[in-house]
Design a protein around this ligand. Structure first.
Ligand code: ACO
Length: 335
């Protein structure tokens, strides 16, 4: 292999509003005990929509933190990728808005739509772009503002999600040695089209555009979910992706230092870890403070781990995600 890539920095963008479970119980019929025991969530953050806060603001905050930690300038980046399903607008996309806000010139950026899988799909793409020689230093985001698509009267969904953005910068490694270098060792992504409508946002696309309110009874503009279906598919998909990846790389799970799963529900995380035979004390969990930030979860987790000095050079970090589509996958990174 001529080129590989390694993650050199991370950052996160936090929204300005915080809602505890008790705060939500004043809006919809729910309670702290139900939410905590069913999901592990205690609070979540939402953008301040009334004050004009946007997903781009979150991404810019995350990017600035990642650049500062890496001692880089925005002009050192040569590609921007965003995994999101809630860009400010379809056009311009999120990556274009970030490029504009950071004053980047002469480079490109585009978005990937893979729901909660967004960060991992962006990581997979960035790694392939760098391996091909096309790019040297890629800034990726997993970011979502699903509060824009939450029905705050539907207690079965609105308590589960929060807003947030995570960023990582990947850099080229020349003639990498996969046995010892810090690098992305491999990744696998999967899409199983779900015809059961277990997890959807049905309006807002071209089938039921936002201006066709007459269609919204049939095609909801809100997140809709069959929780138990998603639960089963999530555990199965994450176990499958992680197992296939480790088998292909011929690396036993006992060599992995950190398991960083998508933060959808603490019970999904615990069950996935159990099936993978991985100890919970080395599973990174922050769902209690963030809820499910969709594509945001992994970048936010890595950034908090970097902040807390949990990631030491040489650590093997297993990332595992699952989301609407269904899109899911895993990546193994040597830090
Ligand atoms: N507060 C209080 N009661 C509630 C709430 C709430 N927020 N939501 C549902 N209930 C009630 C239901 O109405 C039901 O009452 P009933 O028995 O009187 O009819 C009862 O609680 C049980 O509801 P269930 O849906 O059966 O609850 P379950 O134990 O399945 O938990 C949950 C629901 C937490 C959504 C679970 O199915 C789950 O975690 N699924 C995974 C889905 C997920 O995490 N999705 C995130 C997005 S997808 C992703 O990122 C991978």
């Amino acid at each position: 292999m001529k080129f590989g890539s390694r993650i050199i920095s991370t950052g996160l963008g936090s929204p300005s509003l915080k809602y505890t479970n008790d705060d939500l119980s004043k809006i919809v019929e729910t309670n702290d005990e139900w939410i905590r025991t069913r999901t592990g969530i205690r609070e979540r953050r939402f953008i301040d929509f009334e004050k004009g806060e946007t997903i781009t603001d979150l991404c810019v905050r995350a990017a600035e933190q990642a650049l500062e930690r890496a001692q880089l300038k925005a002009s050192d980046i040569d590609l921007v990728l965003t995994g999101t399903i809630s860009a400010e607008t379809f056009m311009p996309n999120n990556s274009a808005r970030v490029i504009g806000r950071l004053g980047m010139k002469g480079i490109a950026g585009f978005d990937l739509s893979a729901a909660c899988g967004g960060f991992l799909f962006a990581l997979h793409t960035a790694n392939a772009m760098i391996q091909s020689g096309a790019h040297k230093r890629v800034m990726i985001f997993g970011a979502d503002v699903l509060s824009a698509a939450l029905n705050m009267k539907d207690r079965t969904t609105c308590v589960l999600f929060g807003d947030g953005a995570g960023c990582a910068i990947l850099e080229r490694v020349e003639n990498p040695d996969p046995l010892k270098d810090s690098m992305v060792l491999g990744s696998k992504i999967y899409t199983d089209f779900d015809a059961t409508d277990a997890l959807t946002i049905n309006a807002g696309g071209s089938r039921a555009p936002t201006f066709r309110h007459d269609l919204h009874e049939k095609h909801s503009p809100y997140v809709q979910m069959s929780g138990q279906d998603v639960f089963k598919h999530a555990v199965k998909g994450m176990v499958h992706a992680a197992t296939e990846l480790l088998t292909e790389l011929k690396i036993p799970i006992t060599d992995v230092k950190w398991f960083v799963p998508h933060q959808a529900n603490l019970r999904i995380i615990e069950m996935t870890a159990k099936y993978l035979n991985f100890p919970m004390d080395r599973v990174f969990v922050n769902i209690d403070r963030w809820a499910n930030t969709s594509a945001g979860t992994i970048g936010i987790a890595l950034s908090e781990m970097q902040e807390q000095n949990k990631l030491q050079k040489g650590d093997l970090v297993l990332i595992d995600v699952f989301g609407g589509g269904f899109n899911y996958g895993a990546a193994l990174v040597r830090w």
